[in-house]
Structures are given as C-alpha cells and as structure tokens.
Design a protein around this ligand. Sequence first.
Ligand code: ADP
Length: 799
Amino acid sequence: MSTSEKEPEAKEERFVAVEEDVSSVEVPEELGILPLRGVVIFPSAIVPLLISRRSSLKVVEEALAGDRMLGVVGQKNPEDEEPGVEALYAYGTAGRILKMLKYPDNSVRILVQGLRRIELVDYIQVTPCFRARVRLLSDASQPSKDLEALQTHVVAQFAKFVSLSPYLPDELQVVVMNIKDPGRVADLIASNLNISVEEKQELLSTLEVQARLQKLSVILSRELELVELGQKIQTQVQSELTKNQKEFYLRQQMRAIQKELGEGDSRTVDIEELRKKMEAAQLPQEARKAAENELDRLRMIPPESAEHSVVRTYLEWLVNLPWAISTADNLDIPHARQVLDEDHFDLDKIKDRILEYLAVRKLKKDPKSPILCFVGPPGTGKTSLGRSIARAMGRKFVRLSLGGVRDEAEIRGHRRTYIGSLPGRIIQNIRNAGSNNPLFMLDEVDKLGTDFRGDPASALLEVLDPEQNNTFVDHYLDVPFDLSRVMFVTTANLLDPIPPPLRDRMEVIELAGYTEEEKLQIARRHLIPKQMRENGLEQGQISFTDEGLTHVIRHYTREAGLRNLEREIGALCRKVARGITEGHTEPVTIDPARVHDFLGAERFLSEVAERTQEPGVAIGMAWTPMGGEIMFVESTKMTGKKGLTLTGHLGDVMKESAQAALSYVRARAERLGIAADFFENLDLHIHVPAGAVPKDGPSAGVTIATSLASLLTGRVVRHDIAMTGEITLRGKVLAVGGIKEKVLGARRAGITTIIMPKRNEKDLEDIPDTMRREMQFIFVDTIDQVLDHALEPRNAPPG
Ligand code: ADP
C-alpha cells in the first residue's frame, strides 16, 4: 500500500492526523523492531524520531524498502546503547513511517504514525537488527453507562489540565471532545502528557479500556495537582515582589526624611564598622584590595536588594579570618614529652617518633616537614594523640572528617555566583580555630571519595603541599590564604585506600591496638578518671576491681581500640551517679557481679569451643581495618566427583591458597591415613563464614589445609589453637604479615596457643612481655608440623 498521497507535511498540525481512525490498517505478522528510548508511541499518534544507532537505521531502511511498517518498542533503560531482547518491553506499537529525512551526519529523522498495539511473541532475528513475530492486540471494552461516565470525567479532567498547562495548546480540548471511541480518547490523552515512560508503558499494555481510563484518571488528578501547586507558587512570588518594591519606595522616602531631619544613616555606620574590622585584621595586599572593592560596592547597592546581603556576608568572612593571628609555638621537647605522657599510656615508640618530629621542626626553621599520618583501628588514640600534640605545642586544635567527602567544593568552597555559597571546610575550620597556625587534623583520609563534581583528593593535595599551600585559593574567598603555617595531621584506618600521591607526602605512624593488660592500665589511668569527671562523680564514690574491669573488657567489648570500653565505663558511672541522686551514698565497688547487674547479660560469649566440636573446623586469624580477628574455616564433604566449592566472599589469592591446600592434602593422603583416591568420589566445600566481609590474602593457607585434613581424617582441631601462614605445594609454611594485630585479636577471642611461620618469630618483639608469657607460640616450617600440633588424636573426645 502506498501512503505517499496521505503523507502529511512534518509541520502540519499533528492533531489533525490524530483524528484519523487507523484501526483498520492491515499490519503484517512479522515486523522489524525499532527500540525506543524515552518515548512511547500510542496508536494513531504521530511522532518524529531521530535515528542514529546503526541497528535502528537498518530497521528503518528495511521498512522503507517494503511496506513502511515497523514495530516500535520501548527499552527499559534509555541509557542502554545496545539493548538485548530482554531489555525491551513486551508490548509495543505497530507503526508506519510517514516521512523520512536524511541529515549530513548520517542520522535520519522519521515521522512515525502509531497504528495498533502489538505483543512481541518471539524474536526471529537479533542481529544486525531486531525482527519479531507479533500478535495484534485489540482494545477490550463493552459499552456501558459506567464507561461512558468515566470517559466524560477523564475528558473533563484533561480539558482542565490543558487550560492550566503551559505546554499544551488549547485546541487539544476540542479534539478530545470530538472523539467517540473511549480507547482512542485514553491513548490521545496519554500520548500528550509529560509523564514517565513506565507510566505510559503501563497504559499501553492495559487492553481493558475501562481500566486504562481509570489509571489515566489517577495520573491526571496528580498532574492537575502539580500544575495547580506551580501556579500557586508563581502568584506568591509575584505578590512578594510587589511587596518588596513597595518597601523599597517607603525606605527611600524614609531616608529622604531622615536626611532632612539631620539623622545619621545606619548604613554608613555599618560600613564604617566593617572597615574598622578590616583594618584590624591586617589583610594581605590582595585580600585587602578585594575587600576595599567590595566595600565600595556595598555603598552603592541598596540594602534591600539580595545582592547587598551577599556582598556583606562575603566581607564578614574576609574580615573575620585570622589573617594575622598566630599562636607562639612551644617546641620544648621535655615539656612535649610530659604532655604526651600525661594524656597517653605507653605508646613509647609512637611518642618517640612524635618527639623526633617536633625536634626536627625546631631545628629546621622552614615549615616543610612531612605530614604525620596515624594509621590504626578505631579507638586506638589517633585523635587524642593529635589533641595532645596541639596542647604540647600550644596550638589551637581543629578537626575535619573527610569520610564521604566526594565533592571538591566541600574542600575548596563554591564560587560566589552560587546562591547561598560558602567557603570550603578548610577555610571554615581556620576561622573556627581563630589562628592561622592551628593543628589541623584531617580524619579518615582513607575514606575520601571521588565523583563527577571533581576530585577532592587533588584539592587536598594542594592543601597539604608546602610548595603550593601558601597561596591556597578558596573558590568563595577568591583571594589566596596562606596555609603554610598550619600543621596538618591525618588519620586513617587503612593505609591502602589513601591515594598514592597523598601517601607520599605523609610520615606514617601505625597504632596496632591494645592488649588486655594495656587496656586495663589505660582504663585505670585515663578512662575512669575522665568518665568520672564527665558524670560528676567524686573520688571514692566508685571504684573498680581488676576482675571487674577485665570482665568488662572480655565480655562486653571486642575491639582493638578503646571506644566501647570507654562507653561501657561511662555507662557504669552513670548508673552509680543515678544511684547517688536516689539517695544511695555508700561507695560502689565494681566487680564482675556488679558489672553483670549494671550492664546486663554478657555480650560476647566464647563461641570458639562450641564451633570446633566437629572435624573440619579450624581457626585462622585475619587482619581487618578494625584490628585483628579470628576466623573460622569450615569444610564439608559429600559424595560427588572431584568438585571443590569455595564460599564466603573469598578473594582470588585466597581461592588459590585453597587449591594449593587441597593439592597438598591429596599428595600426602597416605601419611595422613586417608585413602589415596578419596577425591575420586567426593565433592568438597570450604566455607569461611561472616560472608559479608570480603577476605583475601595467602595467610589462610595453613588453616584451610588443617580444616581439610581434619575433615578427611575425622580428627577434630584443638579449640584453643589459632594459626596463620602461607603454604606451598610442597607443604612449606611461608611468612605472613600483620602478626601483632592477629595475635591481639586471637587473645581477645580467648585463644591461648598460636601456630605461626618460623620466619615470623622476629615479629613477636612487638608483642608485650606479659602477653608472650601468657600465650604459647609454636613456630613451624612445614604443614606436617602444623597438623601434628593442631589435630587431636583420632577418636579423641572433642574439646
Ligand atoms: P581514634 O581517634 O583512634 O578513633 P580516640 O583518640 O578517639 O581514637 O580514642 C578513644 C579513647 O581512648 C579516647 O578517650 C582516648 O583518650 C583513649 N585512648 C586511646 N589510646 C589511649 C592511650 N594510649 N592512653 C590513654 N587513653 C587512650
């Protein structure tokens, strides 16, 4: 069939064509399919489309060569460049190309008229373009009073919407009123509404006309509400404006009257005050020039205008920054030592490094020393060390957490052209500090993000770079501020995620976490006095026994640092404080029974013994950002054929260790007393629970091998042993990292014996003597030695 004589001009009113009844046009059963992005074409609507994807051009080309028919089907995700079959909706529309225009850039514009709803039954071709068998769908409706009433209602709603909406021409009302068929009414309205593709698609796939009209009616009432709201806001803004204008005239008049009466202008007083502040602040040249310019501008701008307050706020920022205020540094090393000792228990190595750092600063006059970076689990004293250094040096202390900062503007500010813009957090904190050489702590440098709004890490790099930071320009201030005298200190839980260029600038100091004994001491000397002060308790009103404290540490906290311990001690102090207000004045001694009374049931029971009762479970040690932890490795077997499944979010390196462990166990089957061909009819499954935490690294090798050997020999693993070490295929045990953290973590979990590679023996130096005495360490070279120590004799009772 030729459509050329009917073909409308592109600029012809689309509504004229829409009135044409297309339901009788014949549509073939097979069609080329054109995926649509962000549009839905309803039957009888005429829509211009821009075609540029190659596969789509092919569909158009083929349609034009034949009967001009094609199927148009929405794709679920408009971003999808090459959607597959499953990315297209199942319902679409058969259409006819009315007109085609080619553009010089090879794209093509077509005018398509929707004809009939179709369902895509099955795809008969996918490349180079889609072709599908389609089923024609018809509207399902039975004339009824209800349907008629609904139709009238929807038409009335739409008429009202057109009259309020700025984007629809008024003629549409007439067109809709003149259509008889309810299904076509719904389609015409739907295709003229600015609603989401999902909603349009939903209307397209609703064949039941009454249901379609009902859904449309709901959408229309919502859209009506929206335009009405928009209008209301518009009128409010207008009346606000006229009110402002009126006020402006009144003020002008008032000013004229004041002048006549010889009264002073409050505004000049204001500006004078700003000028005085500016003089006092001793702005450097460039900033001074900017401030003077703005002051002059302020004189010209009427105080009623929005611009006035913008300029004023800017000036307030400029004159209130500590351009010339600095504190005198105290670099007296013995004094610094004393302060650090007062605030912190032990940490001798770290204190020494801090003192060395201060000593270098003292000798070398230029301030280009590296930036200190404290790395360690939460609650190990990073922040409080920072505070101590500030106190020792007599500097102000400010803190900025970088966790989740993704936008460069948070560091560097927004340009003043933005409404409500402010300086970035660096400048804000400098103003809070009130001096231009505070100790500035940047927390969580390992959690900096990046996104499309710029890279905060590179802004930070500039802040930290002594070569550049003497002329740091905040976007809001737009004049340089000298940050070179600020002492920056950073903290992080992990070293790895810190962007390498940042890491290069920093002198890393690691804090590993505390032993039980250390925690006890710190609690006695620092945490208890601090919490007593904070909760208003006096000497003698509360006392802790060692057993009581140890009980809290062991059973109510499980952490490398001290945060929870401090919180629990605070909770105990509050209980006692409350008792005192209720009239119990006798001193309270906190022993294990009291702890139980006050804090409730123990929070961490030993799960270790319970879980290692079956063969196949071995305990390893992992290193995490929160400190060391123990980890269970579980193996099970089932009949099968040489399968190995690994679960629990294991990284590639850990998976390879598991393979190596299995190969080793197979090679040594005989020595272990297992049938040499055991793997022929077995499937093995190794699982490392706490699945949400990704685990990787080679150090679980010995644990996996032990778990497998235990499973296959039926000998349970000793429940008081934890182990770490990488293995080779020949059964050698190689050195691993993080020994101190791992040992501390294992101790916290109640482990008393640790198997570790012989080559790690030197790392024990970092572990306090008390703990080395309490625990047993077994050093091994081969996995055979591990198994000899770790596996209970055959048929021994578990535990
Ligand atoms: P972080 O910044 O590493 O998360 P904090 O500095 O907030 O840790 O420390 C948590 C609490 O533990 C603070 O009250 C801190 O004073 C205390 N604390 C940590 N380490 C020590 C220590 N070695 N001596 C005394 N108190 C400490």
